[in-house]
Write a protein that binds this ligand. Structure first.
Ligand SMILES: [Zn+2]
Length: 94
């Protein structure tokens, strides 16, 4: 029985494939996490349809943490699904 040295054994190829899948999954999760806005007070990611309050310097505060702040927000927006563009953007108050 001769072994072909140009092809690694099946178990090694499987391990390399699983390593690649894991790497791609981590990269994808990192991209998704980078896109999401998080509440600067509790760190929670607001849910789609939830209102978030935007303060100066880009601070995003969720509905649950809003009553804990005395200052009024610069604006309030509803979190939209990512297919409509990114979730929350800070805009100047009219
Ligand atoms: Zn919060």
């Amino acid at each position: 029985m001769s072994r072909d040295s140009s092809h690694p054994p099946a178990d090694r190829r499987l391990a390399a494939t699983q390593g690649l899948e894991r790497l791609l999954l981590r990269a994808g999760v990192g991209v998704l996490a980078a896109d999401r806005a998080r509440c600067c007070d509790c760190g929670r990611t607001p849910l789609i349809g939830e209102e978030v309050h935007l303060y100066e310097r880009g601070a995003v505060v969720c509905e649950l943490c809003r009553p804990l702040r005395v200052a009024a927000p610069a604006s309030t927006e509803r979190v939209r699904h990512s297919e409509y563009g990114q979730t929350v953007r800070l805009r100047r108050a009219a």
